[in-house]
Design a protein around this ligand. Sequence first.
Ligand code: SF4
Length: 96
Amino acid sequence: MPLRPEDRPGQPGLLGRAARFTAATARWLGAGAPLRSQQGRLAALETCAACEKNQDGWCSECGCWIKLKTAYATESCPLGKWGAEKREGRGCGGCG
Ligand code: SF4
């Protein structure tokens, strides 16, 4: 049976991951919730797939869930393997 992320060596515990997720989501929302381009996300996912820090879809360096981390344009790899992407936030799209 695979280990839960919080039980793996080097992984932040559940509270640590929740705090990092909250901080990442706050940054993302504060920037207008910009999503990474499909091309940029695929490139980041390919890099993570080949990275020794990828533990079943979780980054052991930052403790983030890679599928979500690569969707936020505001996030970047903690080891500098890929960066944030400059994109406009989506806003509400209607109320001006
Ligand atoms: S975010 Fe960076 S360190 Fe983490 S798995 Fe992806 S490439 Fe590796």
